[in-house]
Design a protein around this ligand. Structure first.
Ligand SMILES: Nc1nc2c(c(=O)[nH]1)N[C@H]1C(S)=C(S)[C@@H](COP(=O)(O)OP(=O)(O)OC[C@H]3O[C@@H](n4cnc5c(=O)[nH]c(N)nc54)[C@H](O)[C@@H]3O)O[C@H]1N2
Ligand SMILES: Nc1nc2c(c(=O)[nH]1)N[C@H]1C(S)=C(S)[C@@H](COP(=O)(O)OP(=O)(O)OC[C@H]3O[C@@H](n4cnc5c(=O)[nH]c(N)nc54)[C@H](O)[C@@H]3O)O[C@H]1N2
Ligand code: SF4
Ligand SMILES: [Mo]
Length: 812
């Protein structure tokens, strides 16, 4: 339920609305239970930032943006009459190369429009009896009734099906809020535990399916702050000016390196991202899902031109050639054999072979091989786009192989071909205690864990800590995530599963806004945002920078909104574990103080909690680490955490999985990073669905968060990118409304006809709010990409392959 028009409220009308709210005068009914923003008065509107003269009683309250964009930017909220009047960001310190300011992007600066928006949840609600999940009929209840119901359902379900049937979703919506490690875990771990997930939507294939078998973890990563004058940077599916937008983020630092250090950047991506548009950066369009083919073609040319660092590969790696294959590997299973045509498929991976698959001209592949082979140092880095595809693991491992081939990893100013590195402070989180239940499932498969339960096994679904899932999911807590009807793959299938109340018997949604996912809950709880309570964050997942932000409540809690730690304390009371849960009566503020002081015991130079609160933010200079890695200095004395202790071009663990796992048709696990197309991959287009798609993360929102701010959406519109050639064939003009459809479903969306996307491929940003009549035609007028994505996951980590799908576009 989005009400975009109502979002553009002026300060004057807003204050009036909240004064009413303060009197507790909100009408109660099934449609007026959320939203505190009256409609715009007289079309008047003010900019998202800064407005008018400051009232006399104004104060500044420091807090930070909390969403999952990798940032965690500083917000200085100007507050008067118990309302945020406008928002500034970090304007302290030095923003030049080496220094940093954690400046918020336009999303963070507009946060009061989210906090005060029409979609805001105000009261606990329950699904109206007799209606189905998805019908969207809710009625207000008291907190007591809501919490009594949740506690009673938890008891009933754990007694009937066991604690293994309770699942708490990931809470990426409140990611940058390090003190409050989802308190539901702390609560339920005191009550017998819950089934847990492994992996994540962000980098599941890379982190769980690729890097453990290559480097034994996230080894060899460095930040852009280590770049040398004029150095070559090659970005694979990494769009730092779209996805690392914080003032101390990778986008800013790479931009500064381009401008101030003359760094040369090549960007390999099916779409021309912001960094390749706004800077002197070369864009090489690539057919999505084919990075491993490009790497093989480059490897062929490196071999032909004698540019391979064979000494490096022989000293530090296993499996590049036959002589370094690990024990037990069959003959001709090395990467060299694969490239030269004596490997498993007996095809030589010439640049011409790669050109046909990647759609990059042969001459450009040859030139790229020379550029990479001759650049010392060279910084090769992938984003998470290539691995968010159905062949994600092999793509991620192939990109990581490139620096190995030229010996540009583990040395100063290089990168391991994984994502770029971060440095900074790390704070402890709210302790969750021990979970007595060891079984875990890959997080992408939660709908299947509801539907198929015990049918999910170690060999067919990557279940860990047991041979199979011991029980289906019967109770689900959705705190701070918008998975059910927005962010998870294949909304139509997922919501069918959720509508069947004989499967998952009880669902709680605990959010700040009325999302479409909330419509699948039995109970909805209204949260405070971190800006309305005590919070604490580090600099976030940014470049090398060090900061701590001390967040205080900007205003009092409005309506009946309540924050999660104390709500879980009330549940703990009902479940008989209150004293253990609160550790003898600690409040959220007490925990923030205690955890901060625990950290300060190791960092005595930092301010005390009270001093920190008075300062709002605390920053330290960082010394960027750029030494040769100990493994490179002495590989025998400092082995990597792989099975062989070396960098694994050939991974014996993957060979073992390939031999024993039950894979769906089309899925392949390879011990070397060979090119395989994957499910619905580059060879899968059909007459009915001739276009390949890619998703991406957009500037206009962080997933679905901020996507209901119409001012920002107007500035950066939600649309499907279509190449002029594909548009012409379909009679589509820029700005037309089009249907995008495939076997999963159909959306309506605006077309953007642009040569920023290669022919044959279309791109849709993820995160737009799903909006469909689910009892009717199910056509999604919100243009949410996950109406079109599939449930097919990656072969190794069983992670999301949501960037891969095929479909068709037609004029609406
Ligand atoms: N503004 C903004 N910032 C965000 C987020 C957001 O929603 N909005 N989300 C945050 C989160 S949680 C995450 S996980 C990260 C996501 O960060 P990423 O996963 O790195 O972002 P994506 O946009 O999915 O992918 C990066 C690029 O890869 C390209 N790409 C897709 N498929 C392929 C392929 O097969 N090969 C190649 N070479 N390129 C490909 C896409 O076109 C895109 O430009 O961003 C974070 N930052
Ligand atoms: N097709 C496709 N799908 C994708 C992706 C993709 O690239 N393509 N990317 C995936 C990735 S990488 C990720 S990380 C996920 C992210 O997906 P989600 O985890 O769902 O992330 P968000 O939509 O940002 O936020 C989740 C919810 O948290 C709520 N929220 C925000 N602040 C608060 C708060 O203070 N308290 C509470 N209780 N709730 C709050 C928001 O309103 C929102 O409903 O999406 C995944 N989905
Ligand atoms: S959305 Fe990300 S970049 Fe923007 S202000 Fe928030 S944390 Fe910073
Ligand atoms: Mo993510």
């Amino acid at each position: 339920m989005t009400n975009h028009e109502e979002m553009a409220l002026s300060r004057r009308t807003f204050v009036k609305g909240s004064a009413l709210a303060g009197l507790g005068a909100a009408a109660v009914g099934t449609t007026s239970l959320f939203g505190c923003a009256p409609a715009t008065e007289g079309g008047e509107d003010l900019a998202a930032t800064g407005e008018g003269a400051a009232p006399a009683d104004e104060k500044i309250v420091w807090t930070h943006c909390h969403v999952n964009c990798g940032g965690a930017c500083v917000l200085q909220c100007h507050v008067a009459d118990d309302e945020i009047t406008y928002v500034e960001s970090d304007n302290t310190g030095d923003a030049s190369f080496g220094g940093f300011q954690a400046r918020a992007c336009l999303r963070g600066r507009s946060i009061r429009r989210w906090i005060n928006g029409a979609d805001r949840l105000n009261y606990p609600m329950r699904r109206v009896a007799g209606t189905k999940r998805g019908d969207g009929q809710y009625e207000q209840i008291s907190w007591d009734e809501a919490l009594d119901t949740i506690a009673a359902e938890f008891k009933r379900i754990t007694e009937t099906y066991g604690n293994e049937s309770v699942f708490v979703q990931e809470c990426s919506g409140v990611e940058q809020n390090v003190m409050m490690n989802n308190p539901f875990f702390r609560l339920f771990n005191l009550c017998g535990g819950v089934v847990t997930r492994y992996g994540n939507y962000s980098n599941g294939a890379l982190t769980f399916g690729a890097q453990p078998f290559t480097y034994g973890g996230g080894w060899g990563k460095r930040s852009y702050k280590t770049l040398e004058e004029g150095e070559l940077v090659v970005l694979f599916g990494n769009a730092p000016c779209d996805t690392r937008m914080a003032g101390d983020g990778h986008g800013y630092d790479l931009s500064v390196a381009i401008e101030q250090k003359g760094v040369r950047v090549i960007c390999i991506d099916p779409r021309r991202s912001e960094i390749a548009t706004n800077h002197d950066v070369e864009w090489i369009p690539i057919m999505p899902g084919t990075d491993a083919a490009l790497v093989a073609g480059i490897a062929h040319e490196l071999i032909a031109a004698d540019l391979v660092d064979v000494d490096f590969l022989h000293t530090y790696c296993v499996g590049y050639d036959e002589e370094t294959l690990p024990e037990g590997a069959p003959a001709n299973s090395s990467y060299y054999a694969y490239v030269m045509g004596t490997g498993y498929d007996m095809v030589e991976k010439t640049p011409a072979w790669a050109a046909a698959i990647t759609k990059i001209p042969e001459a450009r592949i040859i030139q790229l091989a020379h550029e990479i082979g001759e650049a010392k140092p060279c910084f090769i880095v992938q984003g998470w786009g290539p691995q968010r595809r159905t062949n994600g693991e092999t793509a991620a491992r192939a990109i990581a192989l490139l620096p190995q081939l030229v010996g540009q990893v583990g040395k100063p100013s290089t990168n391991s071909g994984l994502r770029e590195g971060n440095g900074g402070f790390e704070l402890p989180s709210l302790p969750t205690g021990d979970n007595p239940i060891e079984v875990k499932f890959p997080n992408y498969l939660w709908p299947e864990a509801i539907r198929d339960g015990q049918k999910l096994t170690a060999l067919n679904a990557g279940i860990q800590g047991g041979d199979a899932l011991p029980a289906p999911i019967k109770m689900m807590i959705n705190y701070g995530n918008n998975m059910p009807a927005n962010q998870n793959g294949d909304i139509n299938t997922t919501t069918d599963i959720l509508r069947d109340e004989s499967l998952c018997e009880f669902i709680v949604c605990y959010d700040v806004v009325m999302t479409d996912s909330a419509n699948y809950a039995d109970i909805i709880l209204p949260d405070l945002t971190p800006q309305e309570t005590w919070t604490l964050s580090t600099q976030g997942e940014n470049n090398d920078s060090k900061g701590i932000w001390f967040g205080q409540p900007t205003t009092s809690a409005k309506f009946e909104r309540r924050e999660v730690y104390e709500v879980c304390a009330d549940l703990a009371e009902r479940l008989g574990v209150a004293d253990e849960y609160t550790d003898g009566g600690k409040t959220r503020e007490d925990w923030c103080r205690a955890l901060y002081e625990e950290w300060r015991a190791e960092n005595p130079q930092a301010p005390t909690w009270e001093e920190g609160l008075a300062m709002g933010i605390y920053k330290e200079d960082i010394e960027v680490e750029n030494d040769t890695d100990p493994f490179i200095e002495d590989p025998e004395a400092n082995p990597l955490e792989t099975a062989t202790g070396k960098i694994q071009v050939y991974a014996p663990e993957l060979a073992e999985m390939a031999a024993t796992w039950e894979l769906p048709e089309g899925d392949v696990i390879m011990p070397i990073p060979a090119y395989v197309p994957g499910f619905n991959g580059p060879d899968a287009a059909t007459e009915a669905y001739p276009l390949h798609f890619t998703g991406y993360h957009t500037k206009a929102h962080t997933h679905s968060s901020y996507a209901n701010n119409q001012i920002i959406q107007d500035a950066h519109r939600h649309n499907v990118w279509v190449n002029p050639l594909d548009a012409e064939e379909r009679g589509i003009k820029n700005g037309d409304t089009v249907r995008v459809f495939n076997e999963q479903g159909e959306i309506l969306i605006e077309a953007r006809v642009t040569d920023r996307i290669m022919p044959g491929v279309a791109a849709i940003p993820q995160g737009s709010w799903h909006s469909a009549d689910m009892n009717g035609d199910r056509v999604d007028k919100g243009g949410c990409i996950n109406t079109l994505t599939s449930r097919h996951c990656t072969p190794v980590a069983k992670a999301t392959g949501q960037h891969t799908f095929i479909g068709q576009i037609a004029k609406a």
